[in-house]
Design a protein around this ligand. Structure first.
Ligand code: ATP
Ligand code: MG
Length: 378
């Protein structure tokens, strides 16, 4: 069945001249995610017509939509609006109701207040129910937008944020853990398209850890649409580090290699930043000193949306976006292999560079990228 949905965006409307750019992106994103969709931006709202049976579930996940409503579209004539408002609302059970009317412009000759009063009277007469503006069981919303009027009575919350693509592109380092998928989600919600990078130690670790990451990316692609995942073999690099360098600096060396590779892929993908799931003080590598050492090889910014989050907050969000149950499946992350007994919590950049001299960093990076696999996931 073809349905009509009115989508509202909060922040976008505030963005002045950017508004039409944001609206266009949102329209395109809805078209990409929703099947058979006809989408129009119309005076401060986006109206979607579609037969997609998962329409509501999909709209709930599209960044930029603050709330939406299944609506009836009628022509902007008061007698028609009154009749349709009654027939829509009389199917529901309620005792007290309210009517809220919004006019997109003042071309409609009757004021919003007067419209609401007329529609309210009609509903009260036909249904024998009472108007209660302060504590209604149900509210009938009427939006008059030029020639068209939309009537609805239920608002469904979306994810909010701003449309994908309005914030550019970034590479996102995704492990199979709890944190990085949440970090990606936070940035997706801020309009940033994520290109995913996962470092794995296959065949030293199992194929399951890769399918786990694929599943996580699939879940995230329900928010941002079709996604790219780079699978980077990290085995060789880890071996070289393990054989040739000081044990206590291993983690820092791993991380600098991850960043070097991320940087190369970012430039290939026209991405302008690296996203990680780091949170202050959570593990040895997540101290200010060590974060500075790891990011020292980059010339683009690192975004750490979870830096101030507590673990419980991250878990709560992971459950909400449906990545938690995948993240807690048992895994063999490449990074927990060869973990030193006493990793340095405050590394020294001179020591790290001295260790790095023992490796052929450029070649190792080149080789890992050469052997990378690129997948498209949706
Ligand atoms: P997570 O829960 O995301 O695995 P973590 O608490 O285990 O994070 P670390 O192991 O220090 O913390 O990793 C910090 C960040 O580095 C991760 O959030 C992720 O962005 C990135 N990262 C770690 N391991 C990998 C990996 N194998 N592939 C890609 N990125 C990784
Ligand atoms: Mg981890």
């Amino acid at each position: 069945m073809r349905r009509c949905v009115v989508c509202h965006y909060g922040e976008i409307a505030l963005k002045g001249k950017n508004r039409s750019f944001f609206e266009k992106k949102l329209v395109l994103n809805i078209k990409e995610m929703v099947n058979y969709a006809e989408v129009q931006a119309s005076r401060g709202r986006v109206v979607v017509f579609s037969e997609d049976e998962f329409l509501e579930e999909k709209l709930k996940k599209i960044p930029g939509i603050v709330y939406f409503s299944l609506a009836e579209k009628v022509s902007s004539s008061l007698p028609v609006i009154k009749e349709r408002a009654v027939s829509l609302i009389e199917k529901e059970s309620f005792e007290k109701f309210a009517v809220r009317v919004k006019r997109a412009d003042k071309s409609f000759p009757v004021s919003s207040m007067d419209c609401a009063r007329e529609i309210g009277n009609e509903i009260a007469i036909k249904t024998k129910k009472k108007v209660d503006l302060t504590n209604p069981d149900i509210t009938c919303f009427v939006e008059i937008a030029g020639q068209e009027t939309y009537i609805y009575y239920k608002k469904i919350r979306g994810v909010g944020g701003i449309p994908i693509g309005t914030g550019g592109r970034a590479v996102s380092l995704i492990s199979g853990g709890i944190d990085s998928p949440v970090a990606s989600f936070r940035m997706i919600k801020r309009g940033v398209r994520n290109i995913f990078i996962h470092f794995h130690a296959y065949p030293a670790t199992s194929k399951e850890s890769i399918s786990k990451v694929e599943q996580l990316v699939k879940t995230l692609s329900s928010f941002q649409g079709k996604s790219t995942l780079y699978l980077i073999p990290f085995n060789e690099i880890q071996k070289e580090i393990m054989i040739n360098t000081l044990e206590s600096l291993r983690v820092l060396l791993y991380r600098r290699f991850m960043m070097r590779i991320a940087q190369k892929i970012a430039s290939k993908e026209k991405a302008k930043a690296v996203i990680t799931g780091e949170s202050m003080g959570q593990v040895a590598s997540q101290t200010m000193e060590n974060m500075a050492i790891a990011q020292g090889v980059l010339n683009i910014p690192i975004l750490r949306p979870l830096i101030s989050y507590d673990k419980e907050e991250i878990i709560k969000e992971a459950s909400k976006i449906n990545t938690y149950k995948t993240s807690i499946l048992p895994e063999e992350d490449c990074c927990v292999r060869f973990l030193p007994k006493n990793p340095k919590t405050k590394g020294n950049i001179f020591d790290v560079k001295k260790e790095e001299k023992k490796l052929n960093a450029e070649n190792l990076v080149k080789e890992a990228i050469f052997k990378a696999e690129k997948r498209t996931i949706s």
